[in-house]
Design a protein. Structure first.
Length: 122
Protein backbone atom coordinates (compact mmCIF):
# COMPACT_ATOMS: atom_id res chain seq x y z
CA UNK A 1 0.00 0.00 0.00
CA UNK A 2 1.30 3.44 -0.89
CA UNK A 3 -0.09 6.82 0.08
CA UNK A 4 0.89 9.76 -2.11
CA UNK A 5 0.47 13.39 -1.17
CA UNK A 6 2.09 16.79 -1.36
CA UNK A 7 1.94 19.75 0.97
CA UNK A 8 -0.92 19.52 3.44
CA UNK A 9 -2.05 16.13 2.14
CA UNK A 10 1.41 14.71 2.77
CA UNK A 11 0.86 15.33 6.48
CA UNK A 12 -2.56 13.68 6.23
CA UNK A 13 -0.95 10.69 4.48
CA UNK A 14 1.60 10.37 7.30
CA UNK A 15 -1.20 10.41 9.89
CA UNK A 16 -3.18 7.87 7.82
CA UNK A 17 -0.13 5.58 7.67
CA UNK A 18 0.02 5.65 11.47
CA UNK A 19 -3.69 4.79 11.68
CA UNK A 20 -3.21 1.93 9.23
CA UNK A 21 -0.20 0.61 11.16
CA UNK A 22 -2.36 0.38 14.28
CA UNK A 23 -4.59 -2.07 12.40
CA UNK A 24 -1.68 -4.05 10.96
CA UNK A 25 -1.56 -2.48 7.49
CA UNK A 26 1.84 -1.26 6.36
CA UNK A 27 1.81 1.77 4.10
CA UNK A 28 4.64 3.70 2.56
CA UNK A 29 4.21 7.44 2.12
CA UNK A 30 5.53 9.27 -0.92
CA UNK A 31 6.03 13.04 -0.99
CA UNK A 32 5.33 13.82 -4.63
CA UNK A 33 6.35 17.46 -4.36
CA UNK A 34 7.06 17.75 -8.08
CA UNK A 35 4.90 16.64 -10.98
CA UNK A 36 7.21 18.11 -13.59
CA UNK A 37 9.45 16.27 -13.66
CA UNK A 38 7.61 13.44 -11.98
CA UNK A 39 9.59 10.60 -10.44
CA UNK A 40 8.41 7.80 -12.75
CA UNK A 41 10.99 5.34 -11.43
CA UNK A 42 9.78 5.66 -7.83
CA UNK A 43 6.14 5.43 -8.90
CA UNK A 44 6.76 2.36 -11.06
CA UNK A 45 8.79 0.61 -8.34
CA UNK A 46 6.10 1.46 -5.78
CA UNK A 47 3.42 0.07 -8.06
CA UNK A 48 5.32 -3.20 -8.45
CA UNK A 49 6.05 -3.52 -4.72
CA UNK A 50 2.48 -2.77 -3.59
CA UNK A 51 0.58 -4.78 -6.21
CA UNK A 52 -0.61 -1.45 -7.63
CA UNK A 53 -2.42 -0.41 -4.44
CA UNK A 54 -2.07 3.37 -4.25
CA UNK A 55 -4.05 6.19 -2.66
CA UNK A 56 -3.40 9.69 -4.00
CA UNK A 57 -4.66 12.60 -1.90
CA UNK A 58 -4.63 16.17 -3.18
CA UNK A 59 -5.99 19.39 -1.77
CA UNK A 60 -7.42 20.76 -5.00
CA UNK A 61 -9.63 19.59 -7.84
CA UNK A 62 -8.82 16.21 -9.39
CA UNK A 63 -8.70 17.38 -13.00
CA UNK A 64 -5.13 18.04 -14.04
CA UNK A 65 -3.79 17.49 -10.55
CA UNK A 66 -1.53 15.14 -8.67
CA UNK A 67 -3.67 12.07 -9.31
CA UNK A 68 -3.79 12.76 -13.03
CA UNK A 69 -0.01 13.11 -13.11
CA UNK A 70 0.44 9.81 -11.25
CA UNK A 71 -1.93 7.99 -13.60
CA UNK A 72 -0.23 9.45 -16.66
CA UNK A 73 3.22 8.48 -15.39
CA UNK A 74 2.16 4.94 -14.56
CA UNK A 75 0.33 4.49 -17.87
CA UNK A 76 3.53 5.29 -19.74
CA UNK A 77 5.66 3.04 -17.50
CA UNK A 78 4.14 -0.35 -18.39
CA UNK A 79 2.95 -1.07 -14.87
CA UNK A 80 0.70 -3.98 -13.89
CA UNK A 81 -2.94 -3.52 -12.99
CA UNK A 82 -3.59 -0.56 -10.71
CA UNK A 83 -5.86 -0.48 -7.69
CA UNK A 84 -5.87 3.26 -7.16
CA UNK A 85 -8.02 5.67 -5.19
CA UNK A 86 -7.93 9.35 -6.08
CA UNK A 87 -9.03 11.62 -3.24
CA UNK A 88 -9.47 15.26 -4.19
CA UNK A 89 -11.69 18.27 -3.69
CA UNK A 90 -14.94 17.60 -5.58
CA UNK A 91 -17.02 20.63 -4.61
CA UNK A 92 -16.44 24.32 -4.08
CA UNK A 93 -14.94 24.57 -0.59
CA UNK A 94 -16.39 26.83 2.05
CA UNK A 95 -14.79 28.62 4.96
CA UNK A 96 -13.76 27.00 8.18
CA UNK A 97 -11.01 25.46 10.21
CA UNK A 98 -8.44 23.58 8.10
CA UNK A 99 -9.20 20.22 9.76
CA UNK A 100 -12.93 20.69 9.12
CA UNK A 101 -12.29 21.58 5.48
CA UNK A 102 -10.08 18.51 4.98
CA UNK A 103 -12.84 16.32 6.42
CA UNK A 104 -15.54 18.01 4.33
CA UNK A 105 -13.48 17.50 1.16
CA UNK A 106 -12.82 13.84 1.98
CA UNK A 107 -9.03 14.24 2.05
CA UNK A 108 -8.33 13.95 5.78
CA UNK A 109 -6.20 11.21 7.32
CA UNK A 110 -9.39 9.35 8.23
CA UNK A 111 -10.57 9.36 4.61
CA UNK A 112 -7.15 8.37 3.28
CA UNK A 113 -6.94 5.44 5.71
CA UNK A 114 -10.47 4.33 4.79
CA UNK A 115 -9.62 4.39 1.07
CA UNK A 116 -6.47 2.37 1.76
CA UNK A 117 -8.42 -0.22 3.76
CA UNK A 118 -10.88 -0.55 0.88
CA UNK A 119 -8.00 -1.21 -1.53
CA UNK A 120 -6.50 -3.83 0.78
CA UNK A 121 -9.86 -5.63 0.91
CA UNK A 122 -10.24 -5.43 -2.89
Amino acid sequence: MALIGAGVTLHECLAAAEQLAESGIRARVIDLYSVKPIDVDTLRRTCLETDGRIVVAEDHYAQGGLGSAVLEALASANTPKLHIALLAVRELPGSGEPKDLLNAAGISARHIAAAARDLVMD
